[in-house]
Design a protein around this ligand. Structure first.
Ligand SMILES: NC(=O)c1ccc[n+]([C@@H]2O[C@H](COP(=O)([O-])OP(=O)(O)OC[C@H]3O[C@@H](n4cnc5c(N)ncnc54)[C@H](OP(=O)(O)O)[C@@H]3O)[C@@H](O)[C@H]2O)c1
Length: 246
């Protein structure tokens, strides 16, 4: 690791030690992508004070270790075009107050235009865009939603993109951003807060070179959710609440 990254990592660790650690209480919360990385840390942090549905792909070994009566684990492969009937039923029945769309895939290493295959792209869009969208649809049916938190990425920003490449991942996150902005207008009158968050450069399965830990990122996301700042609705932010350009 470069010296600059090491210094940033150390500073972030110290900041984390002394930073505020807010908690969320008495909410029904759905977190996707809960068996690893940010989704797993979010689940661990909120489980004792909330009722939680954690969704996982095929593996649930890590989230299974949490063992808490507040936790229900649902297995669903978001790569499929349609969510299963049972999964939809469970989500609607749960009537969530908060949904955190965290599950995503980066896709293959080679993502230049020459390597782009529509069939592969569709699978990635199912995971990174269509499944989050469907989850929001189902959650809205419960009429109890207060916040929709879409974990996005700076890589989905059109304005900040001066590098090119990474078509699958970038475009899927751009769609998620656009969906979030559009929906924010439609649900204004329902008092539902919706925003996209770039979680930082986080050391996880997806990003082995990440600078901060999933624990650090998850705590900051929880702080933001705890505040439920209506001024953030329809916005794209980082974990320090800095507004990012779409
Ligand atoms: N890490 C970073 O630096 C970074 C930066 C910007 C944005 N993000 C975003 O942060 C979020 C969390 O990522 P992470 O860093 O925590 O990575 P991660 O550990 O790889 O988490 C992604 C999760 O998504 C799940 N997932 C993938 N394919 C799925 C499928 N077909 N069906 C259901 N679930 C599926 C994975 O489960 P399986 O592994 O079991 O399939 C995994 O638990 C993502 O939205 C990512 O785009 C991360």
């Amino acid at each position: 690791m470069g010296i600059k990254k090491t210094i940033i990592r150390k500073i972030e660790k110290i900041n984390h030690k002394f930073s505020k650690k807010l908690i969320i209480k008495n909410k029904r919360i759905i977190i996707t992508g809960s068996n690893s990385g940010i989704g797993l840390e979010l689940t661990k942090k909120i489980i004792s004070t909330n009722s939680v549905i954690s969704t996982v792909n095929k593996k649930k070994n890590e989230v299974d270790k949490i063992k808490n009566e507040n936790l229900k684990i649902l297995e669903e492969d978001f790569q499929n075009e349609n969510l299963t009937e049972n999964f939809c039923y469970e989500i609607e029945k749960f009537k969530p107050n908060i949904i955190i769309n965290c599950a995503a895939i980066f896709g293959p290493e080679k993502q230049s235009l020459e390597n782009l295959h529509i069939s592969e792209f569709k699978k990635i869009l199912n995971i990174n865009f269509f499944s989050p969208l469907k989850l929001v649809q189902l959650s809205l049916n419960g009429n109890q939603l207060e916040q929709i938190v879409n974990i996005s990425s700076e890589m989905g920003s059109i304005t900040l993109n001066n590098m090119g490449g990474y078509y699958y991942y970038r475009l899927s996150k751009t769609l998620l951003n656009s969906f979030s902005k559009n929906l924010s207008n439609d649900i204004k009158s329902k008092n539902i807060n919706i925003f996209c968050v770039h979680p930082g450069s986080v050391k996880t399965k997806m990003n082995s070179a990440g600078v901060i830990s999933a624990d650090q990122s998850a705590q900051k996301i929880i702080n933001i959710i705890n505040e439920n700042d209506r001024n953030l609705s329809g916005k794209f932010i980082d974990i320090n609440k800095k507004i990012l350009e779409w």
